[in-house]
Ligand binder design. Structure first.
Ligand code: ZN
Length: 70
């Protein structure tokens, strides 16, 4: 398992004016702030839940092998 790959975060704007940062590897919500610029400090400190990353990578591999086979 490779945990050194760079993590990306999705930013989602909410009706209440906040912006959420969601990890693209473990899909946990890392932070929710009114100032999107504040999200970076939470993203830097984020550590993925290994169990969730494993599940996601298993699904990605299954999808990739399905694409190769088809
Ligand atoms: Zn994560």
């Amino acid at each position: 398992m490779c945990l050194s790959r760079r993590i990306h975060f999705y930013h989602r704007s909410n009706r209440d004016g906040t912006t959420e940062s969601i990890c693209s590897r473990c899909f946990l919500r890392v932070a929710r702030e009114f100032q999107a610029s504040e999200l970076a400090r939470y993203e830097i400190a984020h550590v993925c839940d290994p169990a969730k990353v494993f599940d996601v990578s298993q699904n990605a591999e299954a999808t990739a092998s399905g694409l190769r086979a088809g």
